[in-house]
Ligand binder design. Structure first.
Ligand code: SAH
Ligand code: SF4
Ligand code: F3S
Length: 463
């Protein structure tokens, strides 16, 4: 057994990970890659070259399972083509939230799948790979184990994205809020926070490897209450203060926040902690109190307006993004109008909006007064037009401003460098490679289709 492990450690095998869903899945995919590295797996871009493929799935909206089965069909064909050329067949693993919710169904309908694993068990992947190889059959592990995976994961070898200047870091996971429409409490399990020491250690490793901006992740990231090592628990604001003290870490973001968990300490942190970016994703879903209640969101539309007002008082340049659902069961024209009014009142820099999609096993799926698809379509269309207008106005308003831009790499054109603004807008300037990793003030001179153009203002101090 020991020799087998050593032996497999010297072989090189190729791993391809396909990631769907939220940022937490992006983080999880990177960690699954880390877990498999000691077994000799290194990541490859082309699925055709891979000895093993992980499909990391999302269950949040409609036809999630169907999409998985159709992708699995494609992977099977690729595997068959490989065997026809004399290679071993591709090891296929299905991970993530569809695996958690419908693992048995996946194995029944796609018996060629080797491994099915949930979001809380991927630290056991090496064991699953070995078991699948030995048994020649399928392995399923969708437990919610007592141990936490974070204690068993290897140190992150190389955080992902943007040449490693920006990275995601999961600090909280799961959800106990049980919104009427949502599968997350069932697929990710109960809400848990990672201890402060473990988060700080991972953040330090990231910064040592060059990361300058960290996005803290959680399904309810501002419900964070990790063990502070002193018998108490730490808030998100407290954690952010500790992270800001790490030399080299310049920017901190967090998502996704719940309006109910925005406490005064977090509002104050937006004023006092210079590393906190003035851009906040704060989903509201609806602007109607009736629907918010039916959704079990635990706050009213005015309470949301009030949280936003207090945040903007603390940090006047704060911009917001949000999530909206149209056509939740029972939503009338009047309810929808209340959502439009909330959007006009608050003003969003960016937003994601969805038609309500009944998810099996969630309370709203079985409720009466489901809204007609054509009505949902029409509402979504109107809502998105308004949000698009607001987003365009927000971006247009950037022209003439000076903003700190964190440069992450070269642009598409020669002599062009690209970075991100505090509001996550891509910004292009004429410049050279020495900008990479630096945060430099930029005067925004033009608004392009999906980005901004500007000129460096090196002589100015950077906010
Ligand atoms: N924890 C976050 C949301 C996580 S899910 C929160 O509380 O806001 C991401 C988004 O997907 C949600 O904000 C919601 O807008 C959307 N969503 C979730 N379930 C949905 C469903 N059944 N139908 C349509 N949209 C849904
Ligand atoms: Fe889903 Fe609601 Fe939990 Fe967000 S707070 S993850 S929408 S149940
Ligand atoms: Fe999807 Fe699971 Fe994230 S359902 S949105 S991958 S938590």
């Amino acid at each position: 057994m020991h020799e087998a492990t050593l032996e497999s450690g010297t072989e090189t095998r190729k791993l391809h990970v396909i990631t769907w869903g939220c940022q937490m899945n992006v983080y999880d995919s990177a960690r699954m890659t880390d877990v498999l590295r000691p077994l000799g797996y290194s990541p490859v871009d082309e699925v055709e070259d891979a000895d093993m493929v992980i499909l990391n799935t999302c269950h949040i909206r409609e036809r999630a399972a169907e999409k998985v089965f159709s992708e699995l069909g494609r992977l099977r064909k690729i595997s068959d083509a490989r065997t026809a050329l004399g290679h071993d067949r591709t090891v296929i693993a299905v991970a993530g939230c569809v695996a958690q919710a419908e693992g048995e169904e996946i194995l029944a309908r796609a018996p060629y799948v080797d491994i099915v694993l949930g979001p809380q068990t991927y630290h056991r992947l090496p064991e699953m790979v070995a078991r699948a190889a030995r048994a020649g059959g399928s392995v399923i592990d969708t437990d919610f184990p007592a141990e936490t995976k974070f204690d068993f994961l290897p140190d992150a070898a190389a955080p992902q994205t943007d040449g490693n200047l920006t990275a995601f870091l999961t600090i909280q996971e799961g959800c106990d809020k049980f919104c009427s429409f949502c599968v997350v409490p069932y697929t990710r399990g109960a809400e848990t926070s990672r201890p402060v020491v473990s988060v700080l250690a991972e953040a330090r490793r990231m910064v040592e490897s060059g990361v300058r901006e960290i996005t803290l992740l959680g399904q309810n990231v501002n419900a964070y209450h990790g063990d502070d090592g002193d018998g108490g628990s730490e808030t998100l604001a407290g954690l952010a203060a500790k992270l800001a003290a790490i030399p080299g870490l310049i920017r901190i973001r967090y998502m996704t926040s719940h309006p109910r968990d925005v406490d005064q300490s977090l509002i104050d942190a937006h004023r006092d902690n210079a590393a906190m970016m003035p851009f906040l994703h704060l989903p509201v879903q609806s602007g109607s109190d009736r629907i918010l209640k039916a959704m079990n969101r635990g706050h009213t539309a005015d309470e949301y307006r009030d949280v936003v007002r207090r945040l903007r008082e603390a940090r006047p340049d704060l911009a917001l993004s949000s999530d909206f659902i149209v056509g939740h069961p029972g939503e009338t024209e009047q309810d929808f109008e209340a959502t439009m009014q909330l959007i006009r009142d608050v003003g969003f820099a960016q937003a994601f909006s969805f038609k309500y999609s009944p998810r099996p096993g969630t309370p709203a799926a079985g409720q009466p007064f489901q809204v007609d698809e054509t009505v949902k379509d029409a509402r979504l269309h109107r809502l998105q037009a308004l949000l698009r207008e607001q987003q365009d106005a927000f971006n247009a308003d950037m022209v003439g401003r000076v903003m700190p831009v964190l440069f992450t790499g070269r642009g598409r054109k020669p002599g062009q460098m690209t970075g991100r603004s505090p509001y996550l807008q891509p910004v292009h300037v004429d410049g050279s490679d020495d900008l990479i990793g630096q945060t430099v003030p930029v005067l925004i001179t033009q608004r392009l289709t999906n980005s901004l153009g500007g000129t460096l203002q090196r002589e100015r101090a950077c906010a």
